[in-house]
Write a protein that binds this ligand. Sequence first.
Ligand SMILES: Cc1cc2nc3c(=O)[nH]c(=O)nc-3n(C[C@H](O)[C@H](O)[C@H](O)COP(=O)(O)OP(=O)(O)OC[C@H]3O[C@@H](n4cnc5c(N)ncnc54)[C@H](O)[C@@H]3O)c2cc1C
Length: 337
Amino acid sequence: MGCNDLWLVTELPEGAPDRTGQGLLSYGARLSKLLDSSWRALVFSPLGLETRQMFADYGVPEVTILKNAERYLDTPQILGAMLAGFVAEQNGGIIAFAHNDLGCTLAPLLAARLDAALVTEVNALSRNDQGIQLSRRVMGRRIDEARIWHQRGFLLITVPVNALSPVSLHTDAKTSLQINEYISPAEAELAESATKCSVIVERIPSDPQTVDLTDADVIFCAGKGCDNADFEQLRELCRLLGTSLGVTRPVYDLGWADFDRMVGRTGRCVKPRLYVTFGVSGSMHHVGGIQDAQHIVAINNDAKAPIFPNADQGFVADVKEILPRLLERVRTATGGK
Ligand SMILES: Cc1cc2nc3c(=O)[nH]c(=O)nc-3n(C[C@H](O)[C@H](O)[C@H](O)COP(=O)(O)OP(=O)(O)OC[C@H]3O[C@@H](n4cnc5c(N)ncnc54)[C@H](O)[C@@H]3O)c2cc1C
């Protein structure tokens, strides 16, 4: 690996990269073109056939599997030490992580062990006469900070998850994927040191009712078109389906929900997989906070409501008719639990 090389540390949560992992691969493909560098993925568990195909579809030329690393996913300190052992055997280059729990844990561990440069939440990267220029937002995102890395040794970067799009732009003919295994010579010694490390003993999924709305997967949003009875039905629907409840500003003003449940420019800017609105008009203040939602469904009894041009699917309907029927079906399907 020369200073030009790029490694993507890719997680395989269910045996394959999830949206974030796919986004990182897509990012790597683009970055390697921009920097004219070679690139590879580094993973912590073996690849099944479908996963191999997925890597090939993203145009990944090479994957290195850190053998037995999956045993240490709950002991990030050991995982970091193993990873650092592997990286230290290379000559230098860029190692990229998603800015998620694992990336935020491993990147600083590696930086300390390798005495390497670390830049977190990189939102742009380019090459110039002096080296690699990186930019990131600081001071509560009010200031863009530019840095230069002079391409000596290693540079560790983390990339914000919302900047990682899983869309693959790889168009070349099928890539032939090379797979290597790396066996850490220090594994036994590292495993012995486990008693000195903190170990993750439990992972509890977040409660959709209290999760930060910016992290919510599915949000049902109540607008002023809902009266109190509709709102209570929507709340029950959310509970039964395990979705998160959001509100518009007038609903927040009524005191039916806390400020952290308000969606929009003043409230939370959200990016769920699915966003369903019930009696929301679609004012610019509200719509400004849902631009990054992947799929928007709107229910409103006014066909001219501005939410409709902003939605992927729209239903001109009365929430008073829709909500009880929806709730009835969900109660039946879930047994009301
Ligand atoms: C500086 C500033 C910042 C703001 N920030 C935010 C913000 O962050 N978030 C936010 O949400 N708002 C914000 N607002 C307020 C915003 O401008 C709108 O007033 C608000 O978004 C409208 O909320 P709404 O859609 O629930 O209500 P309305 O605009 O009153 O719309 C209600 C909708 O429900 C429909 N409806 C009525 N009855 C039914 C029924 N039975 N079935 C189906 N549909 C029905 C109506 O057709 C209507 O379209 C801000 C305003 C300002 C001035």
